[in-house]
Structures are given as structure tokens and as C-alpha cells.
Design a protein around this ligand. Structure first.
Ligand SMILES: [Zn+2]
Length: 309
């Protein structure tokens, strides 16, 4: 028996092959993966910016919230994100400028249609800082400051959803992985932020990723490993190159930022956590970074949206 393929069939096969190749090459773009900055400032009252907060958008849905600093929840509202779409909230650490809006989100969620439990990830504790589980309980638990919201924490009490908090181990140099859905996962590694318990986060979406340094000075030299080949590296620019003492023990200098971005082979960098000591010094920051990093460097403002390059 002979077997022949008609011309329309051949054309169809070519079209299918072409469309599947296109899809696999750009599924981040196809799924409209975006980073939105909810807070580009630090803890100062005078920087005229919300404190640390970021959203990862996938297919028009706000999927991961990274940090919940002061004022970031107002920008969450302005972004038109829906709390019920969030797959997780993650914290870099529990300084006020990264965490204080957390109860604001949880109270606000009472008025949403959220039904799914909410995973919350952040570092385990140390002598100076609570673990993520402790932070959630000390904020919302039955002995917490906002114990009137304890239904969201105590699984024995009725609530439309419950918070499930998880502590990321502070094992040096070890990347921890947390899958959320088939196409979305989180990775974290401990970072040196002075004596505080702190982690950096990488959000993996389809075949792309966005990595957040959080606050750190990179003494552990772990960030480039976490951020390897990342599409967008969000770096916190809290100090100038001339900084010394406590500030330099807590934060990385611009030259170090350039070295990290280069070692990680980051496709692009977004500079955030901008403070009065670095605002107005963008040209200098860029100059120091460009000694080691040749990719695009963008300075973030509140509500800015960045696409995968
Ligand atoms: Zn900070």
C-alpha cells in the first residue's frame, strides 16, 4: 500500500512545527510575565517612595508578592492586583521596611474572594529576628498584636483561607527550592545582612526568572549562584561606594553590585531600595557597576513594570 501526504497536510505540519518552536522560545512573553515594583524606597520617611515590595505578574494575575514594606500595599491597590490570585508571599527579612504592611494585606483579604490557603515563606529566626512562623504568630496569632485576625492563622478556627508559614533554613550556601505550580517555583539562599536573618529569592516562571537580592552586603558570596543566568536581577542600592561602618556591613556597594551581576550573567538589572544617600547619585552608581557589568541597568520607581528582556 502506498502512502502519500497531500500538500495541505505538509503545510499544516510546517505551520505546527513553526508555531510550537515559537512557543517554546518565548513562553515567558507568551504568558505575559512581568515584574512590577510596589516599593522602590527604603525605611526613610523622606525618600517619597514606598518601602520594599514587588509583584510577579503571570497572564494578567499577580502571582507572587515579594516583601511587604510600608506603603507597598497602597501600590498593590493601585496596580489593580487581586489578593485572591497570589500563590505566595515571600519575605527577604523582617525589618519594618520589608514586612510591616503584612497585616494590612491580611485584613484587606477579608474583603476578597480568596478561598485557597496562602503559603508565606521567609527566613528562619536567629538571636535578633523572629522566624517567619514566629513573625506571623506574633503579628496575627492569639497572642499577637492583631489577634482579632487569628482566624487566618489558627486552622482550628473557621476562615475562608488559612496562612501556611514556612521557615527557610539559614544553611550557608545552600539553595532551597519550593515548587508552587507546574510553571512557577521559588528558590532561596541565605545572605549576609549584618547580623540579621535574611534570604535572597529567585522566582522561576516557565523558562525565565527574576531574582531579588533583598538587603545584603554579599559577604557570603552566595548571590551570584542563586541568580545564575537570571533574566532580571533586582538589586538594593542602599549605600554609596564611599559608605563605611554599620551601613557597609549591612548593604552592598555599587562596585560589588556590578561584580555580582557580572558573575551571575544577569540579562538585566533593576536598582531599587533607593534611599536619600543614593538618590541623585545614579550616574555614580552606574559608573561603579559598569566597571564589571555590561548589561542594561534600570533605576526603579514605584509602580514601574519591567518585562523579561
Ligand atoms: Zn531595607
Amino acid at each position: 500500500m502506498t502512502h502519500s501526504v497531500s500538500l495541505p497536510h505538509v503545510l499544516l505540519l510546517i505551520l505546527l512545527a513553526f508555531s510550537s518552536a515559537t512557543y517554546s522560545e518565548s513562553n515567558c512573553a507568551q504568558n505575559n510575565v512581568k515584574l512590577q515594583v510596589l516599593g522602590s524606597g527604603g525605611p526613610e520617611l523622606g525618600d517619597k517612595r514606598a518601602s520594599s515590595g514587588y509583584l510577579i505578574w503571570i497572564n494578567g494575575k499577580a502571582s507572587v508578592l515579594i516583601d511587604a514594606g510600608a506603603g507597598s500595599s497602597l501600590n498593590f491597590e493601585k496596580s489593580s492586583a487581586k489578593f485572591e490570585d497570589l500563590q505566595a508571599i515571600v519575605f527577604s527579612h523582617f525589618h519594618v521596611d520589608h514586612s510591616v504592611d503584612f497585616p494590612t494585606y491580611i485584613k484587606g483579604s477579608f474583603f476578597t474572594s480568596r478561598q485557597n490557603d496562602l503559603p508565606v515563606f521567609g527566613p528562619e529566626g536567629n538571636a535578633l529576628m523572629p522566624s517567619t512562623t514566629e513573625f506571623v504568630n506574633k503579628t496575627l496569632g492569639d497572642d499577637g498584636a492583631f489577634s482579632y485576625l487569628q482566624n487566618f492563622v489558627n486552622t482550628e478556627q473557621p476562615s475562608s483561607y488559612h496562612i501556611q508559614s514556612h521557615n527557610v533554613p539559614l544553611t550557608p550556601h545552600k539553595i532551597q527550592h519550593y515548587p508552587l505550580t507546574d510553571n512557577l517555583s521559588l528558590s532561596a539562599i541565605p545572605v549576609h545582612h549584618g547580623p540579621l536573618a535574611a534570604v535572597a529569592w529567585r522566582v522561576n516562571v516557565f523558562d525565565c526568572s527574576i531574582t531579588f537580592t533583598g538587603d545584603m552586603n554579599n559577604q557570603y558570596k552566595t548571590l551570584a549562584k542563586l541568580a545564575k543566568n537570571t533574566d532580571i536581577l533586582v538589586m538594593h542600592n542602599a549605600i554609596a561606594e564611599s559608605a563605611k561602618g554599620v551601613a557597609a556591613n549591612l548593604h552592598m556597594k555599587p562596585a560589588e553590585m556590578g561584580k555580582i551581576a557580572n558573575k551571575a550573567n544577569a540579562k538585566s538589572v533593576v536598582i531599587s531600595h533607593r534611599m536619600l544617600r543614593t538618590l541623585g547619585h545614579e550616574a555614580e552608581t552606574k559608573q561603579f557597576m559598569e566597571k564589571n557589568y555590561r548589561g542594561p541597568i534600570n533605576f526603579a520607581d514605584d509602580l514601574d513594570v519591567f518585562l523579561i528582556p
